[in-house]
Design a protein around this ligand. Structure first.
Ligand SMILES: [Zn+2]
Ligand SMILES: [Zn+2]
Length: 264
């Protein structure tokens, strides 16, 4: 069984056919998915979807690319993260690729997320693009290693992967690792220890080969696992098992399930 550690089911491409998305996940042996939040406005829908399907979890956070959106405080994030279906803070991080100009607000937003994660003890989902040095610096300055988390849709160098691993973080690969021209990323993937590896779709974007260019969905995450199996010299079953176990351990799902039982 596989787990999609990062998808956006509240985006219209997927929200419009949620029943179909969930049915195709089951057919593809994808047993769970983490539905990732990108703005506070989107959060109620992210949570509603997670509440409606027992194998879909939620996060809370504001993506670094969003400018015209309510800015979260540490209190906002910790309050919303209290819901038992919310297992992570993010996605957060830095993205210097899409936006230009002084990005102090983006770094401040990232710091707020790390502080919130530390306060509520939930792991971080970190997005980094064209900003690896600052991302790692802020992670260190704010003590991100105290909660850990995942470097999602990883596209950076083996050196950046090593530094994130040293901070206790997991590395998640998306469909990008299946692309023919992603040779450097493929060599980097081969350096990540099995016990820190995660897989994701980041759907509805970035569909893996052989679906490249089409709308992506969680049912396609086994293609990422299959590529990693080839790169790491493991069987598909070993990659499936390791990435699934890593997901439940990192996001403390069994503990969360236990707490829900206790509350009833
Ligand atoms: Zn992202
Ligand atoms: Zn994302």
């Amino acid at each position: 069984m596989f787990v999609d550690s990062h998808c956006h089911l509240a985006f219209p491409e997927l929200a419009g056919d949620l029943a179909g998305v969930l049915a195709r996940m089951a057919d593809a042996r994808v047993e769970a998915a983490l539905n990732v939040c990108t703005t506070l406005d989107e959060f109620p829908q992210v949570l509603t979807i997670a509440d409606s399907a027992s194998n879909v979890y939620a996060s809370v956070g504001v993506h670094p690319d969003y400018t015209d959106t309510p800015e979260p405080s540490v209190d906002d994030l910790t309050r919303l993260a209290r819901h038992p279906r919310v297992i992570a803070i993010g996605e957060t991080g830095l993205d210097y690729y899409r936006l230009e100009g002084p990005l102090d607000w983006q770094r401040e937003r990232f710091r707020v997320h790390i502080r919130a994660a530390r306060e509520c003890g939930k792991p971080l989902i970190i997005h980094t693009r064209a900003a690896a040095a600052d991302t790692l610096r802020l992670m260190r300055e704010e003590g991100a290693e105290q909660v850990g988390g995942v470097m999602h849709c990883f596209t950076e160098s083996a050196d950046v992967a090593r530094q994130a691993l040293d901070l206790g973080f997991h590395i998640s690969f998306s469909g990008i690792v299946t692309f023919k021209n992603a040779t450097e990323l493929q060599s980097t993937a081969a350096t990540v220890p099995l016990e820190r590896l995660l897989i994701e779709t980041d759907s509805p974007y970035l569909a893996p080969v052989p679906h490249r260019g089409k709308p992506n969905e969680p049912a396609y995450v086994p293609h990422v696992a299959s590529k990693l199996a080839q790169l790491l010299g493991q069987s598909l079953e070993q990659i499936a098992q390791a990435t699934t176990d890593n997901f439940y351990r990192l996001f403390k799902i069994l503990e969360a399930k236990h707490q829900v039982t206790l509350q009833k």
